[in-house]
Design a protein around this ligand. Sequence first.
Ligand code: NAD
Length: 361
Amino acid sequence: MTNKQPTARRQSEQLIPSERLIGLVQRVFEAAGSHLDEARIISSHLIEANLVGHDSHGLMRVSRYVDLVREGKVSPNQHAKIINDRGASVLIDGQFGYGQVIGAEAMAIAAERAAQHGFAAVALRNAGHLGRIGAWAEFLARKSLVSLHFVNSSGFGILVAPHGGGDRRLSSNPIAAGVPLGANPPLVLDFATSAVAEGKIQVARNKGEKLQRGEILDGHGMPTTDPEAFYANPPGAILPFAGHKGSGLSILCEILAGSLTGGFASNPASPTAERLVNNMFSIVIDPESFAGRTFFRTDVSLLTEWVRASPPREPGGAVLLPGEIEARTRRERESRGIPVDSTTWATFVAAAASLEVDVER
Ligand code: NAD
């Protein structure tokens, strides 16, 4: 999450209940040409990202998605199309539809195949922005399935410098994994392989906050904490997380999600370079296929208890498991509402107004 260092441009915030936001966003996507069901799926996914604390993948995205539809880069009302089906492995084309709908359909196929075969490998290409990738891992974990997801954005999403490089060559390439924990919320690991997700640079810019050191370079390849430098001309680049390790994982995402699916690895000359396309390679496993569900559940519980019992290094601190901070934020925001900064709200209102939707009524 971004550094909360205030600056002179710090914006005011309002708290809005998630159900109200979902309803408002749904109206905007209907006005942008989506059927009711599609509009509901997109709005629920986006506001869910806000609920769990990933504001970079929530309300803030609405105006961008509307622009993408206008530019013909995302097509409303598309469905996942199976291109190659070998039972446990399926290649799906998203036909440049909204990633929220295509992703949900692809993950339903993945769950069905993993139930049939014990595991499944699903290669999804040409989906619109798939949003918060952890949402897909959570969906599968709720069906008692373990999953791994590798994502890239061919072309349009090239924002990240490789380790040792000074300009944009890779996408922010998230990796996610989900582990069912019985009656408890699943363990969900979900992060970009870049030091910071691009949406979080936008959030910091909207809020007038600085980034942390080691997250971005300016347009001359020099380290900076100023989000404006990222959007300047020449543009800056995001650094990979953990140096050569994040850079290597990012290259792996390009290969699995781009080259293996046929959706293309980052390449400014690819046929999808002008679209915001997400490709995703998912491996989905039924624990019953290996040591069995009972052993798996017991052993994971032992592990999580063992890890959690580590003495906190700071007074009042705690060891959190992947997904725990999101579950906490969800509880808090479900009761208090979602904080929306004034820039994000104004941008959303303007996008809605451009489609003759008055969200302030
Ligand atoms: P992040 O840096 O906030 O890391 C989130 C992960 O770290 C989660 O698994 C979380 O549970 C865990 N975590 C956070 N704090 C922790 C703590 N104190 N102890 C233990 N674990 C902790 O995430 P990010 O890299 O900024 O990514 C944000 C979102 O952006 C993700 O949902 C990602 O899928 C999404 N994203 C999507 C795309 C795309 O192309 N669709 C691209 C990049 C990022």
